[in-house]
Every structure is written in structure tokens, then in C-alpha cells.
Write a protein that binds this ligand. Sequence first.
Ligand SMILES: NC(=O)c1ccc[n+]([C@@H]2O[C@H](COP(=O)([O-])OP(=O)(O)OC[C@H]3O[C@@H](n4cnc5c(N)ncnc54)[C@H](O)[C@@H]3O)[C@@H](O)[C@H]2O)c1
Length: 266
Amino acid sequence: MNSTVNLRLQDKHALLTGAAGGIGLAVASAYLDQGARCSVADMGAQPTPELAALMSAHPDTLQYLRADVTQLAQIDALIEAAQQRFGPISTLFNNAAIFDMAPLLESGEAMFDKLFAVNVKGAFFVMQKVLAQMVAHQVQGAAVVNMASQAGRRGEALVSHYCASKAAVISYTQSAALAMAAHRIRVNAIAPGVIATSMWQHVDALFAKYENLAPGEKKKRVGAAVPLGYMGDPTDICGAAVFLASAEASYITAQTLNVDGGNVMS
Ligand SMILES: NC(=O)c1ccc[n+]([C@@H]2O[C@H](COP(=O)([O-])OP(=O)(O)OC[C@H]3O[C@@H](n4cnc5c(N)ncnc54)[C@H](O)[C@@H]3O)[C@@H](O)[C@H]2O)c1
């Protein structure tokens, strides 16, 4: 790394949830490249091999912390442990989420509870508790980036609970941005379109079941339907994730930025 280069996240401490793989891990790597120290949280007892490789490359600036974001006590312990090593958290990449789907008339209470526990309750309380410590420490240049989805922009017959959970993320982003404006803490979100991660393996399998498609067919179709012509890669989210966390976005708050190859126009 060239120390004369002006890094966008120099001296920041970023907490990234659900970042042992997929989009979160790609963003952790981008934040490290921009000079941040990163605390990565996820469910596993051990880091994934991909995360372990990144940790070997950044032994002094990257740590893994196990936490289930549905458990408020674990969120408290996560924030405490993150701060203990790298100091007050200045950047939150609030990313942990799960996907499930079923026809609306079959979308029962168990699916609702499971999705809302992670995608809404977990996302809200991680954000609230990190914001509280940002306020308490009067962190300068603090920013939250929530992970919404194009699914939060409009409903889908087969995906009602997930769509609603991501609409909630967009709404909480707006409320939190207004609540935190006086503290100069910015709160924004990213709404990805379709990104090739393990989550999409799961999505593809479910669409295959409910739309009677061959495995891989839905993924191929949605990729081809993107105006830019292809399904995104996790690294396609990194530019927006760095930008919204950085001083370059200092006059941007309460926004949800579509990063989706043109799928949604707003
Ligand atoms: N992949 C896409 O096409 C796509 C599109 C739109 C939005 N998103 C959103 O982007 C974010 C990242 O998705 P991804 O595609 O990288 O998926 P992913 O499944 O690879 O990553 C999600 C991570 O969250 C973790 N997680 C799940 N429950 C958790 C919990 N209770 N506590 C802590 N961690 C938990 C998982 O272990 C996993 O590592 C999610 O918020 C997702 O909804 C993804």
C-alpha cells in the first residue's frame, strides 16, 4: 500500500455484519484497501476460508467476531469486542440477512418470524446500538450503510416477506438519517439488484421449485434481463459501499442507492 495515496477510509473502524462471505466480505476487503480497520461479524464459530485468507493478509487491521444479530445481548457483546481492539466504530456496513420465499398464501408465520428476526430486528438493533456508541463517542465522519435490496422497492408474488423486510430497511434508513442528522451521522442504504453469491444459489433453487425451472435457469434469466446485461459480482457493490462511507458523500444522507445494473429506475 502506498502511504502517499489519499485513502478514503483512513483511520476509520468499520463494523461489517454478515461479512464472512458474499457481498460483506468483498466490502470488507475494499474497506481495508481504503485504510480502514475492520471488525467482521458472522454466525460461524470460525471464519470461512475466504475470510481467513483475508485475515492472513491483514493481521493487524482485520478481526473476526462471532455474533448472531437476532440476539440483542450478542450485538452488545459484538460492539464491545469490536471497540476493545480497534476503538470506537465509525462506519457500519449493516449487511447480515437471509432469504426465503413461498407463494403468498403459503407464506406462514415461521417464515415471517425467521426473516424479520434477521433482516428487520437484527438490522435495526445493530444500527441503533452502533449509532448510540457513535453518539456517545462523538465520532467524527460517522456513517451507516444499510443493505436493502431492489426487493424493497416493490412486491413480488413469491417473495412477500423478504420484500417487506427490505422495504423496512429502506424506511429505517430514512428515520435514522433524520434522527442522527443533528449528530452529523449519515445513514444511507444500498439496494443491490441480482448479485452472484451463495444467497443467489438458494434463491435459484427456490425459484426452480416454485416456477418449475431447471436449476440455474432463473439465475440465467434474471442476469440476462438486467439492462447492463449480466448478474453483478459482489465487488460490484464495493464502489458504492466505499463512497457512502467516505467523506465524498458528506452531504448525502437518508438515501437508498440502487446498484443493480439498471434494474430499478428512480
Ligand atoms: N445477492 C443478491 O442478489 C442480493 C440482492 C439484493 C440484496 N442483497 C443483500 O445483500 C446482503 C448480503 O447478501 P449476500 O448475497 O452477500 O448473501 P450471503 O448469504 O452470502 O451473506 C449473508 C451473510 O449474513 C450472515 N447471516 C445470516 N444470518 C445472520 C445472523 N443472524 N447473524 C449474523 N450473520 C448472519 C450469513 O451467515 C452470511 O454470511 C444481504 O443483506 C442481502 O439481503 C443481496
